[in-house]
Ligand binder design. Structure first.
Ligand code: HEC
Ligand code: HEC
Ligand code: HEC
Length: 328
């Protein structure tokens, strides 16, 4: 009993005295076993919102520098509870500073899932090689990304529509933003298409017919020469740019019918593949097997980065590198 109390007092004293220690700001240096030294920056980790309890003592004892082995790297132990490529990065070079070169410049991009999956992710490694930067990509949607840009949470936001359309997306997500100083840097032109189930006889539609379907004027496939079946419209989330573009180009800014099923853009194709009554619009890059692309007029859209004012030097380099890479 006495010993427990004494221990408790010691612990309180230790924590009180050392709050400036690791979580608070201390930097630990690991030799790195020839792989390049590794710096653990306590202040940086605290700034990510971690408190002492997140690491002590579930992950680390508060005694200096546990033995960290190669197995730990791949078994979610020690640093790799977080640095497993999910909660935080797992790239070797980001921790093991080869030849102790300074930390890489990080360029943070945030926004449209369609731009991440259709452009940013596939060419990320090449662009990192070309620029020497590390790209930190947060995937949400165009409207949310623009809000994050305005809040200085990222260096550029990712958009798959004009600035005006994306500003509307941000508004749908709850924020009115001033577009006057925003610049869209287009890297690639992408196409938006509509898909239906292969069992659906209706595989060709005019914009007017698509508009009537999406606004609820046409509600049964029978009216279009198909089966006697209620039409189910599947769309992207409310603040997405794809949805905004369809609304502008096809719906002529009328509202989607209320019963629309809104899902993440990556699952639209799957939803339609399992439902003969469904139809939905999405970026051509998201079309998977099990659906048929409806014949209609072409809808094109830009995939690119938005900056507020002219891009900073590092963002400009990233834009150039993406343009070079997609041109190859
Ligand atoms: C993100 C994880 C993380 C957080 C949060 C964190 N620590 Fe640590 N702490 C470490 C690591 C890693 C070590 C080194 C121990 C090891 O390698 O086993 C360490 C070591 C320590 C040590 C020993 C330092 C030395 O130089 O011997 C103390 C004391 C400590 N932490 C206190 C705290 C306190 C107090 C907080 C909250 C204010 C805190 N830590 C938050 C990861 C963390
Ligand atoms: C509790 C979760 C957690 C633990 C444990 C943890 N980290 Fe991190 N670490 C993070 C997060 C989150 C970031 C921020 C990642 C980002 O911004 O991409 C980060 C960032 C870093 C960075 C980048 C710093 C910079 O300059 O951008 C390094 C290096 C790093 N951690 C090393 C370590 C090492 C070494 C350990 C183990 C001793 C460790 N971390 C343990 C969560 C953790
Ligand atoms: C989150 C930061 C982090 C990342 C990411 C990381 N390491 Fe490590 N690595 C460490 C730390 C910390 C040590 C311990 C160094 C020490 O004790 O001197 C270590 C140790 C090692 C060791 C020596 C292991 C031993 O048993 O002696 C090797 C080899 C190694 N890392 C390779 C890699 C490779 C390869 C990658 C990429 C797949 C990688 N590391 C990614 C932090 C990291």
């Amino acid at each position: 009993m006495y010993r427990t109390v004494l221990l408790a007092i010691c612990l309180v004293l230790a924590l009180a005295g050392l709050t400036g220690a690791t979580g608070g700001g201390k930097t630990l240096l690991y030799g790195g076993a020839g792989q390049g030294r590794v710096i653990f920056d306590g202040r940086l980790h605290a700034s990510k919102g971690f408190v002492c309890n997140d690491c002590h003592s579930a992950i680390f004892e508060t005694k200096k520098q546990a033995l960290i082995t190669m197995q730990d790297h791949f078994q979610d132990r020690a640093c790799f509870v977080c640095h497993n490529g999910k909660r935080a990065f797992a790239e070797c070079d980001a921790c093991h500073r080869r030849f102790d070169t300074p930390a890489k410049t990080v360029v943070k991009l945030c926004g449209a899932a369609s731009v991440v999956d259709g452009l940013i992710a596939p060419h990320k490694a090449a662009v990192e090689r070309a620029t020497g930067y590390r790209l930190d990509v947060v995937k949400s949607n165009a409207g949310k990304g623009l809000i994050d840009l305005a809040d200085q949470q990222c260096d550029a936001s990712l958009a798959s529509a004009s600035v005006e359309t994306v500003v509307k997306g941000a508004k749908a997500a709850g924020r009115e933003l001033d577009s006057s100083n925003m610049q869209l840097h287009t890297i690639l032109m992408d196409q938006v298409v509509f898909v239906v189930h292969p069992g659906n006889k209706v595989q060709s539609l005019t914009f007017q017919q698509l508009k009537d379907i999406h606004t609820g004027k046409t509600r049964n496939w029978k009216e279009l020469g198909g089966a006697d079946q209620a039409i189910k419209v599947v769309t992207d989330t409310l603040s997405s740019a794809t949805r905004g573009l369809i609304k502008q180009a096809v719906l002529k800014n009328e509202e989607y019918l209320a019963e629309t099923l809104a899902v993440n853009v990556a699952t639209i194709s799957d939803e339609i593949a399992k439902d003969p009554a469904a139809i939905g619009g999405l970026g051509a890059g998201f079309v998977k097997t099990g659906v048929v692309v409806v014949k209609t007029d072409k809808i094109e859209r830009p995939l690119g980065l938005i900056t507020i004012g002219a891009p900073s030097e590092k963002v400009r380099k990233v834009i150039e590198a993406y343009k070079d890479t997609v041109a190859k």
